[in-house]
Design a protein around this ligand. Structure first.
Ligand code: PDD
Length: 281
């Protein structure tokens, strides 16, 4: 696999980053995941805009222009022959050659930028989407700026492991009685045809897929309500689903052991997945 590191395209075995990099020592970095379908980057502009926002919130400068970034994405997709898959991008604050809590001077400390691809043939034809996924609820104990897409993913990883241990696919995180989001996706329920999802704030990531799906839903005259919902309300819903760049729209058929509706993907989630994939291709 060919990867990109600080200006160079290299075989993955030759790519190097300093052990003093603040991304490694302090999770001082941000990332994006953009999906590729049929060789085409999905929603690149949305991901680029969110990246700029994440960088801005952390007083980091982009080491390349967004046009360069698009070109790097395209190069990696082409060089690795990706038809369906993902492009992972990470930018960290780099390293001043020591460990220090204070940020290093950006004028003398270049940030680190790394991109790589993940090949996922048939990404859109997921058997999981046919069956739907099962989730458990866990407490949300993450930090308070979840709108910044940082590489600080330890708790979401632990949540994924809690789900695996419980024999299910993912975990929905709950704070003050209301669902925030999934470990790496936004969460939705459907009741009486209405799509309900938490409103944007610093408490959740502003999903690029979320924005697209809500736009398509409104264009299709489906009703959308942005508000908090509890696990109890979710368990009593007709349907549920998640969205993310890697799962698109994925039906949820069970929450904390309770089957939703018929225990199979619901019509609203199926239709939104279809519309999203149609519009993206
Ligand atoms: N995760 N919420 C969280 C906590 C996420 O990590 C993600 C994305 C989303 C969905 O955002 P988007 O629609 O822009 O992908 C919501 C990526 C896919 C990941 O970490 O792999």
């Amino acid at each position: 696999r060919t990867v990109y590191v600080n200006g160079d395209y290299l075989p993955e075995t030759e790519a190097k980053v300093s052990i003093f990099d603040r991304g490694f020592l302090m999770a001082d970095g941000v990332y994006e995941v953009t999906s590729v379908l049929g060789g085409k980057l999905i929603d690149f502009d949305g991901h680029a805009k969110r990246l700029e926002r994440s960088l801005g919130e952390l007083d980091m400068a982009a080491p390349v222009t967004m046009d360069d970034l698009l070109e790097i994405h395209r190069q990696l997709v082409a060089r690795n022959g990706i038809t369906d898959g993902l492009v992972y991008l990470q930018i960290t604050r780099g390293s001043a050659g020591d460990r220090d809590f204070a940020f290093p001077d950006p004028a003398t400390t270049p940030s680190t930028i790394v991109l790589f691809t993940q090949n996922k043939p048939g990404l859109a034809q997921s058997p999981q989407a046919e069956a739907g996924i099962k989730v458990i609820s866990i407490e949300d104990i993450r930090w308070g700026r979840r709108d910044i897409k940082t590489v600080q993913l330890l708790y979401p990883s632990m949540g994924k492991m809690m789900a695996k241990k419980a024999g299910v696919d993912d975990a929905w995180m709950v704070e003050d009685g209301f669902v925030t989001e999934g470990t790496s996706n936004n969460a939705y329920i459907v009741k009486g045809g209405k799509i309900i999802t938490r409103a944007l704030s610093t408490e959740i990531l502003h999903g690029i897929t979320r924005a697209a799906v809500l736009r398509f839903a409104e264009e299709a005259q489906m009703e959308v309500e942005e508000r908090n919902f509890s696990i109890e309300e979710a368990k009593a819903a007709d349907e549920a689903f998640i969205t993310s760049a890697s799962s698109f729209v994925m039906p949820v058929v069970e929450i904390d052991g309770a089957a939703l509706g018929a225990g199979t993907p619901g019509p609203v989630a199926r239709r939104l997945r279809e519309i999203y994939l149609d519009e993206s291709l």
